[in-house]
Design a protein around this ligand. Structure first.
Ligand code: SAJ
Length: 436
């Protein structure tokens, strides 16, 4: 298999195309977006991913990677297009279907088709097989077909593409073997051979496992608040057990994976997927929970200024997709609060009608500093300096980034704070009020 066509040049498709090209394959990258195609042909990189740039330029210079808006004949076709969810929270296969249809005129007997996009169980067998067979091929004999889900973490894509174990699920044994041979070109992790449907379900369950465990941590926060216990201490101690790994609570679960993939299971088996469904509800409840806490904290302050730190779905990324921070900011906006935002990773000017500003102007005379993302920049901040600049000295750290609370002369609140925080917020507000 020397010539490949990679359909969809996004966060996963582009690094995958680059990786194959770097390992000697002749790769045509295909995208329906002309801006992406011309960016590639001009050697401009449109994805913020460490370690990608050098390899990208290298394979464009050697001519091993070329971009086009239509597929070409190839030995293997890799489909790596988005699978968002619909309003009814069902897997939206629009792009997968149109990408599969787009390769039909270029397919020849003996070709391999691989689906990398995350999909609901049985999509490869039911949907892709049918489309390919509609063009007169016998799947598994004329055309080999497999699902090989991507499992890489944004920010570490180039490392994880090579070193992670890779699930390879063919429609039959020969398809599995052909796909394994192809990924063996660069994967140093284990190639885990299985069938297409098991591969689909395994990928979904990885992210569902995390979602359910985060829901457990978020539920623990609510429980601890009622029982006057520090949830972070509970997690720290419980996780000292060799077989326990309680995840971290937070303002909600975002991103394009954990917040979406569980719905692809729920959609197929709503009656059975009870725990998965409840976990989604618990995690979805967190922005409201945080918003209500904010109202409690600043309720008695006249025209409070809220300084928001971090709007991405998780720390050290510029990605705001499905970010719970944005949902909280929307709620603040609907209630017409005075909000200013600082995010050192995000290069946009405003969000929900609020400006993104620099560190100093955001904390200046703020009544609440609200931390919504665990960027490294927030971990060792000079709290004395921050408190001095603020009008009311209250920090609400929803991501537990600030560890040392003893040293500072202000209020530091965390999730589940009502009972374990011994400093009275309202005394702080009252004492600062005299200075208004
Ligand atoms: N989060 C918590 N508490 C935690 C861990 C995460 O609240 O203890 C939140 C984060 O803040 C974020 C969300 O969960 O909002 C998701 O973050 P993440 O780092 O867990 O996952 P993603 O979406 O960036 O990437 C995941 C990865 N899956 C797993 O780790 C099982 C990645 O390997 C997958 O490739 C990716 O989903 C995907 O494409 O499916």
């Amino acid at each position: 298999m020397n010539k490949l066509c990679v359909i969809g040049l996004g966060y996963i498709g582009l690094p995958t195309a680059v990786m194959f090209a770097k390992h000697g394959k002749e790769v045509i990258g295909v995208d329906i977006n002309d801006n992406i195609v011309s960016a590639i042909n001009n050697k401009e990189l449109y994805i913020d991913e460490p370690d990608l740039y050098d390899s990208y330029v290298e394979v464009l210079n050697t001519g091993k990677l070329k971009a086009s808006n239509i597929p070409q004949k190839a030995d293997a076709f890799i489909i790596s297009v988005p699978t968002p969810y619909t309003e009814k929270k069902e897997c939206d296969l629009r792009f997968v279907i149109s990408a599969t249809k787009s390769i039909l005129p270029f397919l020849d007997k003996g070709n391999l088709v691989i689906l990398e996009s995350t999909v609901g169980p049985k999509t490869t067998v039911d949907v892709l097989s049918n489309i390919i067979e509609s063009a007169g091929f016998e799947v598994g004999k004329d055309i080999y077909l497999a699902h090989c889900p991507e499992r890489v973490l944004p920010g570490k894509i180039m490392y994880e593409l090579i070193n992670n174990n890779r699930i390879i699920g063919g429609i039959n044994d020969i398809s599995t073997q052909k796909a394994a041979d192809l990924y063996g070109t660069f994967v140093k992790g284990e190639l885990l051979l299985t069938d297409a449907t098991t591969a689909e379900m395994s990928k979904l369950m990885e992210n569902t496992f995390r979602d359910v465990n985060i829901a457990l941590a978020n539920e623990l926060v609510k429980i601890c608040e009622k029982l006057d216990i520090d949830p972070y201490k509970v997690i720290e101690l419980a996780n000292k057990h060799p077989r326990v790994n309680i995840h971290q609570p937070g303002p909600g679960v975002g991103g394009h994976c954990l917040a979406i993939d569980p719905y692809f299971i729920i959609e197929k088996v709503p009656e059975e997927a009870k725990l998965i469904s409840l976990a989604r509800k618990i995690n979805n409840s967190m922005p409201d929970y945080v918003f209500n806490k904010i109202i409690n904290i600043i309720g008695s302050i006249d025209n409070p200024k809220i300084a928001v730190f971090g709007i991405t779905y998780k720390g050290n990324t510029n990605d705001i997709r499905e970010s719970p921070a944005i949902e909280i900011i929307k709620k603040l906006s609907n209630s017409k609060f005075n909000v200013e935002i600082f995010d050192p990773h995000v290069d946009i000017k405003d969000i929900c009608g609020y400006k993104l500003k620099n560190f100093d102007s955001v904390i200046e005379k703020a009544d609440l500093l609200l931390i919504l993302a665990d960027h490294n920049e927030f971990k060792n901040m000079d709290l004395d300096y921050i408190y001095r600049k603020m009008r009311t000295k209250i920090i609400f750290d929803t991501k537990n980034v600030i560890k040392d609370k003893e040293k500072f002369d202000g209020v530091l609140l965390k999730l589940g704070f009502n009972n374990f925080n011994k400093i009275n917020v309202y005394e702080e507000i009252a004492s600062t009020k005299e200075n208004y």
